[in-house]
Design a protein around this ligand. Structure first.
Ligand code: AMP
Ligand code: MG
Length: 325
């Protein structure tokens, strides 16, 4: 049974506050929204979309005042851009505060934020009173939805409500820029043309397109300013923990795995992401666990792969990127 499509803003706002998934109209495309500060809710987005990798999400806010809750610094260039283009299809990537879950930023130290211009989206965000993380409300690899019916067809039975705001007027994703004190760098072209941005802040840096061999990395290292979180400790993917304890001294080795296992007994530190083997819970815990292992008094991390289905695919993708190859 697909979920209800309607125009009840208060209901949609309440669902978001409760950690549920609500698709809503923005001027760019329909977004699949969840409470941005609730990592389980954010994990739900990736599960519903069946994304094979964790891509960082854009966090939507209603008012500029909310920005300070999410980011640790607002350079002058960001103030200028906000004055000129917010609300509207411009997303700014700024240094994140601790409060923003790693899953929302895919482990990046920065967070992408925007104020949408669609009056219903803004009213929803204002009523909910929380920042809302939202990628486009479609299944992975499918076309972005620009009407409530598009969303209902693909995601209707996986989410809790669709807030209908009519067809999207821009119909193209937002422009994403990274901001430092000195530079504005284009990470993704979109609804706000670069030329118009340059009228406000001068030259925008446009990174060279990555070569074919770095395709995979390019998709995940939007811009050159930010680096994806990868542990400083070497991480090895192993199929079998008993083999791993022969190869490496377990007293100097940490383990990352889905469910608890008696085979981890001798290892120095163990991060089991979900005792029940629940991939949504695992996704929610993944980056934090990786960080803890990185800080632990160990020489290396070994990780066993996740079941290759649903969020397990995204988790395996992340694991591969974090691993020594
Ligand atoms: P989507 O929500 O699918 O329209 O995509 C959001 C896009 O914003 C991502 O694919 C990235 O290109 C970009 N993005 C989001 N968060 C960050 C971040 N923290 N750093 C750099 N780029 C980001
Ligand atoms: Mg998308």
């Amino acid at each position: 049974m697909p979920c209800e499509t309607g125009t009840e803003i208060a209901r949609a706002a309440k669902l978001l506050r409760e950690g549920k998934l609500v698709a809503f109209a923005t001027e760019t495309v329909y977004g699949l929204g969840a409470h941005a500060l609730d990592d389980r809710a954010a994990a739900g987005i990736f599960a519903a979309k069946e994304r094979p990798a964790f891509d960082p999400l854009i966090v939507h806010i209603a008012e500029r005042a909310q920005l300070n809750e999410l980011v640790s610094e607002v350079p002058d260039l960001a103030v200028k851009l906000a004055d000129a283009f917010w609300p509207g299809p411009l997303t700014m990537v700024l240094p994140k505060r601790e409060i923003v879950p790693d899953l929302v930023t895919s482990g990046l130290p920065s967070v992408a934020v925007r104020i949408p211009a669609h009056p219903i989206a803004r009213e929803l965000l204002r009523t909910a009173g929380i920042p809302v993380a939202a990628p486009s409300a479609n299944l992975f690899g499918q076309v972005s939805p620009t009407t409530a019916a598009h969303v209902s067809e693909q995601l209707g039975d996986r989410i809790d409500y669709i807030l209908d705001g009519g067809p999207c007027t821009v119909g193209l994703e937002s422009t994403v820029v990274a901001i430092t004190r000195e530079w504005v760098t284009l990470l993704r072209p979109g609804g706000t043309p670069v030329e118009v941005i340059e009228e406000v802040v001068g030259k925008v840096m446009i990174p060279e397109p990555a070569g074919p061999e770095s395709d995979e990395t390019a998709q995940h290292s939007p811009g050159m300013l930010t680096k994806h979180y990868a542990p400083r400790k070497p991480l090895f993917i192993v199929d079998d923990l008993s083999q791993a304890s022969k190869k490496w001294n377990p007293a100097e080795t940490g383990v990352l795995l889905l469910e608890e296992s008696p085979l981890t007994e001798d290892f120095a530190s163990v991060e089991s992401l979900s005792p029940a083997g629940d991939l949504t819970e695992a996704a929610m815990n993944f980056f934090a666990a990786l960080r803890r292992l990185d800080k632990a008094d160990i020489a290396r991390i070994v990780a066993t792969p996740f079941p290759d289905q649903g969020l397990g695919r995204a988790l395996n993708d992340r694991l591969r990127r974090a691993s020594v190859r």
